[in-house]
Ligand binder design. Structure first.
Ligand code: INI
Length: 158
């Protein structure tokens, strides 16, 4: 007889053996590089290896979904992280970029069956970008990496 216990599906935070691709938007590269460093550091501190990390660069956040889609569908990665920084005050079409990119990335994750992690920092100004790139509000790249590890491990059980 089956035991009367519930089944819980969740991903652990071990990055050992995980292959993770990180797509970085070069626009606001000053901040995106910090997010990438934070992501690599988090993966390594969770037991992953630098040799299992692939970095790809695209011109700006608008181009993230294209590269993320190709990498997610390649079958080579356990998770794909998209990193970018959109500064709302800097340009009129920043909010258009943000809403389009977030929808596309969610869609790619569901279509490819590979977890896609949203690491695009959307802020009002440069000060907020500084806060989220490794200062008082933490490092969103590191947060995205931890989410990628959890989702990659969960995905093996789903
Ligand atoms: N790309 C960003 O990643 N962040 C921004 O803040 C930004 N702004 O403000 O314009 C930005 N624009 C470039 C865009 O993502 C595309 O690369 C470009 O439009 C070419 O398609």
């Amino acid at each position: 007889m089956a035991k009367d216990e519930l089944t819980v599906l969740e991903g652990n935070l071990s990055a050992a053996g995980l292959k993770i691709a990180v797509v970085c938007a070069r626009f606001n590269e000053f901040f995106v590089s910090k997010l990438f460093s934070g992501a690599v550091d988090a993966i390594v501190r969770h037991g992953g290896s630098r040799g299992n990390i692939t970095q790809a660069w695209v011109p700006g956040s608008f181009e993230l979904p294209f590269a993320v889609s190709k990498l997610a569908k390649s079958g080579k990665y356990d998770a794909v992280i998209a990193l970018g920084v959109v500064i709302q005050g800097a340009t009129a079409h920043a909010s258009t970029i943000y809403s389009q990119v977030s929808k596309s990335l969610a869609q790619i994750g569901m279509e490819s069956g590979v977890p896609v992690i949203y690491g695009v920092v959307t802020v009002e100004n440069i000060e907020q970008a500084i806060e989220r790139s490794g200062t008082k509000a933490g490092n969103r790249g590191a947060d995205a990496a931890v989410a990628a590890i959890e989702m990659a491990n969960l995905n093996k059980k789903l």
